[in-house]
Design a protein. Sequence first.
Length: 144
Amino acid sequence: MNNRQAAGAVALLAYAWAAPCTAVGVCLLAAAWLFGARARIFAGVIEVALWPDGHPGPLARALPFTAITFGHSVIALTWREQDRLRAHEREHVRQYERWGVVFFIAYPLSSLWQVVRGRHYYWDNWFEVQARQAERMGWPRRQP
């Protein structure tokens, strides 16, 4: 097996490992599609804009996120937010590739651990700290 084949095998395994989480995102996409959401594939990730026209409705204020990632699917309010948050959300994609379905437990446990320590459940969550670091590095991810 040459390097290219090995890289392809690793990528295939990463997609398979995160697939149950991606399936959750695809189910949410299917429901949102009925209400006007649209999807595209960008660099191997399904990107969803809940309001593709760029004008979020009143429901957007009630949502606790601007973008959220499930495996290899990223759901954002608009395409503009999708573009703005790409580096941050791609770090979450990489986290799903490493953690697989365990991410669904590890993420809230990280938040709980921060609360127990008297810190903020979101801003101090280890996964969010990593994603903000990736965001500062930009997309595509650049090595320091």
